[in-house]
Design a protein around this ligand. Sequence first.
Ligand code: FMN
Length: 160
Amino acid sequence: MKSLVIYYSVGGNTRAVAEKIADRLSADILEIKTVKNYPDDYDVLVSLGKKEVESGYLPQLRPVSVDYEKYECVVIGTPVWWYTFAPAVHTFLTQNAEGLKGKKVYPFATNGGWLGHTPSDFRRALKKCTVGQVLSVKFDGDKQITPNLAIDDWIGEMGE
Ligand SMILES: Cc1cc2nc3c(=O)[nH]c(=O)nc-3n(C[C@H](O)[C@H](O)[C@H](O)COP(=O)(O)O)c2cc1C
Protein backbone atom coordinates (compact mmCIF):
# COMPACT_ATOMS: atom_id res chain seq x y z
CA MET A 1 0.00 0.00 0.00
CA LYS A 2 1.20 3.52 -0.77
CA SER A 3 2.27 5.96 1.93
CA LEU A 4 1.34 9.62 2.10
CA VAL A 5 3.64 12.42 3.27
CA ILE A 6 1.78 15.52 4.45
CA TYR A 7 3.73 18.61 5.43
CA TYR A 8 3.50 22.25 6.28
CA SER A 9 6.40 24.62 5.66
CA VAL A 10 6.87 28.38 5.62
CA GLY A 11 10.62 28.67 5.05
CA GLY A 12 11.24 25.46 3.09
CA ASN A 13 13.05 23.34 5.71
CA THR A 14 10.13 21.03 6.38
CA ARG A 15 9.39 20.85 2.64
CA ALA A 16 12.96 19.71 1.93
CA VAL A 17 12.75 16.94 4.53
CA ALA A 18 9.25 15.92 3.40
CA GLU A 19 10.47 15.61 -0.18
CA LYS A 20 13.40 13.49 0.94
CA ILE A 21 11.14 11.15 2.89
CA ALA A 22 8.55 10.94 0.10
CA ASP A 23 11.31 10.12 -2.34
CA ARG A 24 12.70 7.31 -0.18
CA LEU A 25 9.22 5.86 0.41
CA SER A 26 7.97 6.47 -3.15
CA ALA A 27 5.08 8.10 -1.34
CA ASP A 28 2.49 10.61 -2.45
CA ILE A 29 3.06 14.09 -1.05
CA LEU A 30 0.63 16.77 0.05
CA GLU A 31 1.32 20.29 1.24
CA ILE A 32 -0.85 21.96 3.87
CA LYS A 33 -1.43 25.60 2.90
CA THR A 34 -3.16 28.37 4.81
CA VAL A 35 -5.69 30.64 3.10
CA LYS A 36 -3.90 33.69 4.48
CA ASN A 37 -0.16 34.02 3.96
CA TYR A 38 2.09 34.63 6.94
CA PRO A 39 4.27 37.77 7.03
CA ASP A 40 7.63 37.61 5.26
CA ASP A 41 9.41 39.42 8.10
CA TYR A 42 10.83 36.69 10.34
CA ASP A 43 10.54 38.60 13.63
CA VAL A 44 6.93 39.52 12.88
CA LEU A 45 6.24 35.89 11.99
CA VAL A 46 7.81 34.64 15.22
CA SER A 47 5.73 36.92 17.42
CA LEU A 48 2.51 36.28 15.47
CA GLY A 49 3.24 32.56 15.77
CA LYS A 50 3.56 32.94 19.54
CA LYS A 51 0.16 34.61 19.77
CA GLU A 52 -1.45 31.93 17.61
CA VAL A 53 0.09 29.01 19.49
CA GLU A 54 -0.74 30.46 22.90
CA SER A 55 -4.36 31.18 21.96
CA GLY A 56 -4.86 27.83 20.20
CA TYR A 57 -5.75 29.68 16.99
CA LEU A 58 -6.66 27.41 14.09
CA PRO A 59 -5.87 29.15 10.76
CA GLN A 60 -8.12 28.38 7.84
CA LEU A 61 -6.58 26.00 5.32
CA ARG A 62 -6.92 25.79 1.58
CA PRO A 63 -9.23 22.86 0.96
CA VAL A 64 -7.64 19.51 0.11
CA SER A 65 -9.24 16.15 -0.23
CA VAL A 66 -7.35 13.06 0.80
CA ASP A 67 -8.49 9.57 -0.08
CA TYR A 68 -7.32 7.96 3.15
CA GLU A 69 -8.51 4.54 1.95
CA LYS A 70 -5.43 4.45 -0.30
CA TYR A 71 -2.94 4.77 2.57
CA GLU A 72 -1.97 2.66 5.50
CA CYS A 73 0.87 4.85 6.63
CA VAL A 74 0.92 8.64 6.84
CA VAL A 75 3.94 10.84 7.58
CA ILE A 76 3.18 14.33 8.93
CA GLY A 77 5.83 17.05 8.98
CA THR A 78 5.73 20.37 10.74
CA PRO A 79 8.11 23.11 11.75
CA VAL A 80 8.21 23.56 15.55
CA TRP A 81 6.50 26.80 16.49
CA TRP A 82 6.84 27.76 20.11
CA TYR A 83 7.56 24.21 21.28
CA THR A 84 4.73 22.54 19.40
CA PHE A 85 3.46 21.85 15.88
CA ALA A 86 2.53 24.87 13.75
CA PRO A 87 -1.07 26.14 14.01
CA ALA A 88 -1.78 25.08 10.40
CA VAL A 89 -0.89 21.50 11.33
CA HIS A 90 -3.12 21.82 14.38
CA THR A 91 -6.01 22.78 12.05
CA PHE A 92 -5.17 19.88 9.75
CA LEU A 93 -5.08 17.32 12.56
CA THR A 94 -8.39 18.62 13.90
CA GLN A 95 -10.11 18.50 10.52
CA ASN A 96 -8.66 15.14 9.47
CA ALA A 97 -9.04 13.20 12.72
CA GLU A 98 -11.66 10.91 11.19
CA GLY A 99 -9.62 10.12 8.06
CA LEU A 100 -6.47 9.46 10.06
CA LYS A 101 -8.23 7.18 12.53
CA GLY A 102 -6.60 3.76 12.68
CA LYS A 103 -3.63 4.73 10.47
CA LYS A 104 0.02 4.39 11.30
CA VAL A 105 1.21 7.96 11.62
CA TYR A 106 4.85 9.00 11.71
CA PRO A 107 5.34 12.65 12.67
CA PHE A 108 8.49 14.65 12.12
CA ALA A 109 9.34 18.15 13.23
CA THR A 110 12.03 20.48 11.93
CA ASN A 111 13.32 22.87 14.55
CA GLY A 112 16.20 25.02 15.72
CA GLY A 113 16.99 22.79 18.68
CA TRP A 114 13.94 23.23 20.90
CA LEU A 115 11.46 20.50 20.16
CA GLY A 116 9.57 21.23 23.40
CA HIS A 117 6.39 19.23 23.87
CA THR A 118 5.86 18.60 20.15
CA PRO A 119 6.02 14.77 20.51
CA SER A 120 3.46 14.57 23.32
CA ASP A 121 1.21 17.08 21.55
CA PHE A 122 1.30 14.88 18.42
CA ARG A 123 0.43 11.82 20.48
CA ARG A 124 -2.47 13.62 22.12
CA ALA A 125 -3.80 14.94 18.78
CA LEU A 126 -3.44 11.50 17.17
CA LYS A 127 -4.97 9.44 19.96
CA LYS A 128 -6.92 7.27 17.53
CA CYS A 129 -3.83 6.40 15.45
CA THR A 130 -0.77 4.26 15.98
CA VAL A 131 1.87 6.92 16.37
CA GLY A 132 5.52 6.14 15.62
CA GLN A 133 8.51 7.84 17.15
CA VAL A 134 8.57 11.56 16.42
CA LEU A 135 11.61 12.45 14.33
CA SER A 136 13.34 15.72 15.14
CA VAL A 137 15.31 17.31 12.31
CA LYS A 138 17.42 20.18 13.55
CA PHE A 139 18.31 23.12 11.36
CA ASP A 140 20.57 26.12 11.77
CA GLY A 141 18.77 28.63 9.57
CA ASP A 142 18.29 26.64 6.38
CA LYS A 143 21.24 24.33 7.00
CA GLN A 144 20.23 20.81 8.04
CA ILE A 145 22.18 19.75 11.14
CA THR A 146 20.58 16.34 11.75
CA PRO A 147 22.30 13.94 9.33
CA ASN A 148 20.34 12.26 6.56
CA LEU A 149 21.39 8.97 8.12
CA ALA A 150 19.14 9.71 11.13
CA ILE A 151 16.22 10.23 8.73
CA ASP A 152 17.06 6.97 6.94
CA ASP A 153 17.19 5.11 10.28
CA TRP A 154 13.83 6.53 11.26
CA ILE A 155 12.36 5.45 7.91
CA GLY A 156 13.90 2.03 8.43
CA GLU A 157 12.10 1.64 11.76
CA MET A 158 8.69 2.32 10.23
CA GLY A 159 7.94 -1.23 9.25
CA GLU A 160 9.01 -2.63 12.61
C1 FMN B 1 6.83 31.23 14.68
C2 FMN B 1 8.07 30.40 14.86
C3 FMN B 1 8.31 29.77 16.07
C4 FMN B 1 9.42 28.94 16.24
N1 FMN B 1 9.57 28.28 17.42
C5 FMN B 1 10.59 27.39 17.54
C6 FMN B 1 10.71 26.60 18.74
O1 FMN B 1 9.90 26.68 19.66
N2 FMN B 1 11.75 25.74 18.81
C7 FMN B 1 12.67 25.60 17.79
O2 FMN B 1 13.59 24.80 17.92
N3 FMN B 1 12.55 26.32 16.65
C8 FMN B 1 11.53 27.19 16.50
N4 FMN B 1 11.40 27.90 15.33
C9 FMN B 1 12.32 27.59 14.19
C10 FMN B 1 11.66 26.62 13.21
O3 FMN B 1 11.10 25.50 13.86
C11 FMN B 1 12.67 26.08 12.18
O4 FMN B 1 13.36 27.13 11.58
C12 FMN B 1 11.96 25.25 11.12
O5 FMN B 1 12.89 24.39 10.49
C13 FMN B 1 11.25 26.08 10.06
O6 FMN B 1 10.62 25.22 9.14
P1 FMN B 1 10.13 25.69 7.69
O7 FMN B 1 11.32 26.28 6.98
O8 FMN B 1 9.64 24.46 7.04
O9 FMN B 1 9.04 26.70 7.90
C14 FMN B 1 10.33 28.76 15.17
C15 FMN B 1 10.09 29.42 13.95
C16 FMN B 1 8.98 30.22 13.80
C17 FMN B 1 8.74 30.90 12.48
